[in-house]
Design a protein. Structure first.
Length: 325
């Protein structure tokens, strides 16, 4: 199973960039950048090498963990998928490309697109000595303009970037992403109600253009959740010393909440149910909220059903599972 933590090559490359780097300056820049992202400003405040590295230290571990978890779900439902070409849209420092390279040894061609020159420079520096990502192609330009010129790819990834463009333009971008997708499109957004709303709108629109859901949903039907509920997942990752310093954090771990959808050209058969929240385990039963092929289910697995109960005790939020009810 692919680890949610940054791969050794990437950690080493980041450590090399940190030599002589002021952590206190980076912490201040990271806080300003994070505030701008929360307010919808995207990467506009990332203008220098210091800004780019501060952003990478603050956000790269969590983004990598979320994309890795999403790709893991895709692989579980499509174990035969072996993409050769990747297109990473809104690539930033290349986080999704690193995650895809770990998930799919079959990948041989990596094309990254982003409008931010400082993040492009950092991405190329981090990949320079990589045995997997050396020689990546990185096109500088606004997402839709650069995407229109790009070749199609077996796997297209857009992580944490849909929310950076205006709502009116998101529909057009979704169509363009799908046009460039030869096989599978993965879109990852923050696990907030707003991030989920973007995912569910894109999902519905592209299903209308003959896309099929590979993960996380076990069906192509309308999402059964009703507001104020929303579909999101969480991935725990360990914080390095530098990560804690940049974030001003004390806990040795971080829980990244995210929403995602993987869409394919061909229908995926026998998609399993999905655990939508951490199950409640007691000595009497396991209670789990599941999205099933038939819709939303609050499943109870009694202890007297020994084998099913033992299996259900191991369920975790986000898992693909067989409904034991």
């Amino acid at each position: 199973m692919t680890s949610p933590d940054l791969p050794a090559e990437l950690k080493a490359a980041l450590d090399g960039k940190l030599r002589g780097f002021s952590r206190s300056d980076a912490a201040g820049r990271a806080a300003a950048i994070s505030k701008n992202y929360r307010e919808g400003g995207g990467s506009t405040t990332i203008r220098s090498e210091t800004d780019a590295l501060a952003y990478a230290l603050a956000r790269m571990p969590a983004t990598y963990a979320a994309v890795t978890a999403s790709l893991k779900a895709l692989v579980e439902n499509r174990p035969d998928f072996a993409p050769k070409r990747l297109l990473d849209v809104g690539a930033g420092p290349g986080t999704a490309a690193w995650a895809a390279a770990e998930a799919f040894p079959s990948l041989r061609d990596f094309t990254l697109l982003d409008a931010n020159a400082a993040l492009r420079t950092l991405a190329l520096d981090l990949a320079h000595d990589s045995t997997r990502l050396r020689g990546i192609g990185y096109q500088l330009g606004e997402a839709r303009a650069a995407l229109a010129k790009a070749d199609t790819a077996d796997l297209v990834v857009a992580s944490y970037m849909i929310g950076e463009i205006g709502e009116a333009a998101q529909r057009a971008l979704a169509e363009l992403l799908w046009q460039k997708t030869h096989d599978t499109l993965l879109v990852v957004e923050p696990g907030t109600p707003a991030g989920y709303a973007r995912i569910i709108a894109l999902r519905a629109h592209l299903i209308g253009l003959d896309a099929h859901v590979a993960a996380p949903c076990p069906h192509d039907s309308q999402c059964p959740l009703q507001a104020p509920d929303w579909c999101h997942f969480t991935q725990r990752l360990q914080r390095s010393r530098a990560h804690k310093q940049i974030k001003g954090a004390e806990l040795p771990y971080e829980d990244e909440k995210f929403s995602y959808v993987a869409l394919t050209r061909a229908a995926v058969e026998q998609r399993p149910s999905r655990v939508l929240a951490q199950p409640i385990v007691t000595k009497v039963e396991v209670t789990a909220k599941l999205c099933t092929p038939e819709g939303l289910s609050f499943t109870r697995v009694p202890r007297r059903a020994k084998a099913e109960y033992a299996s259900a005790r191991r369920w975790r939020w986000g898992d693909a599972v067989k409904d034991e009810s």
